[in-house]
Design a protein around this ligand. Structure first.
Ligand code: FE2
Ligand code: FE2
Length: 275
């Protein structure tokens, strides 16, 4: 008997957790070479760049409460959400520690950042768990690419602390993206047309979580070099995601056309409705 969707998601989460526990866990206290912290290795834009990432990671309370409300009726998805929230919480924390331990931001400056950031509330950009899985796959992929670029920048600048931070945090984001892609595959198997339609809709309305929340978000990304280009997003996030889950741009374009097409009501059903 084929496994139910519920069972499959549970198995997926168990695999995710096993890999996380056995191969991916890292310690803020023991795995980051804090003793090598050297502010002379930072570039002019480092502080603003890390601060922007930190602010975006700081919405964990909103991400997790909204995500849990959406997934609470399904064990595998809800438990993934709690594990995900724990991992994400460490990202904001390690960026915060970098900014304050290095002296790039004082405790008072960080307190102001925290107050400003959390004065706004993130809300779900899409309504259903399936749409949010599509969003998760794209968002985690984009975040992974952004952190990968920063890891390389830190390596070139000889900033081994920041290089280690982006290595561990980026590896988490890659794993999150993998989980969401696997969920999309399960969704495709049970409702291909609906899932393709959701993926097309999410992609055409995609923006990063901090966009519209963090003041001057796009400007910050540009001036600090924290963002990724549209080309990188397409070539390294969108196209590989479509390939992994087994669809194409063409299939998505068709679905998008259907979504924007006016709803056709034939004359027979119109007559029935008005009778
Ligand atoms: Fe993160
Ligand atoms: Fe993530």
């Amino acid at each position: 008997m084929p496994a139910s969707y519920r069972d499959s998601v549970y198995r997926l989460y168990l695999e995710f957790l096993e890999t996380a526990e056995n191969k991916r866990r890292w310690s803020i206290f023991n795995d980051i070479p804090w003793d090598k912290l050297d502010v002379s290795k930072t570039t002019a834009t480092t502080a603003q760049c890390v601060e922007t990432f930190c602010a975006e990671e700081m919405y964990v309370p909103d991400y997790s409460s909204n995500g849990l409300a959406l997934t609470r009726s399904m064990f595998g998805m809800a438990w993934f959400q709690t594990c995900w929230a724990f991992e994400e919480s460490r990202h904001g924390l390690v960026f915060r520690e970098y900014l304050t331990r290095s002296g790039l931001r004082s405790e008072a400056e960080f307190a102001a950042l925290e107050a400003n950031t959390l004065a706004r509330v993130w809300s779900l950009p899409f309504k259903s768990a399936r749409q949010m899985a599509c969003y998760g796959a794209l968002q985690e992929g984009a975040t992974y690419m952004a952190y990968k670029a920063q890891k390389e920048k830190a390596r070139c600048a000889g900033d081994s602390v920041l290089e280690a931070i982006f290595h561990y945090v980026g590896r988490d984001e890659a794993a999150h993206g993998g989980f969401y892609r696997a969920v999309i595959e399960l969704e495709l198997a049970r409702d291909r047309a609906g899932t393709i339609s959701d993926l097309a809709y999410v992609l055409s309305n995609f923006k990063m979580p901090g966009d519209g929340l963090i003041p001057n978000y796009q400007e910050r990304l540009r001036t600090s070099g924290a963002g990724i280009s549209a080309r990188v997003f397409l070539e390294h996030v969108v196209l590989p995601t479509l390939k992994t889950v087994g669809t194409s741009r063409e299939e998505l374009k068709l679905a998008l056309k259907k979504l924007s097409a006016p709803i056709v009501v034939d004359s027979a059903s119109q007559a029935e409705a008005s009778s």
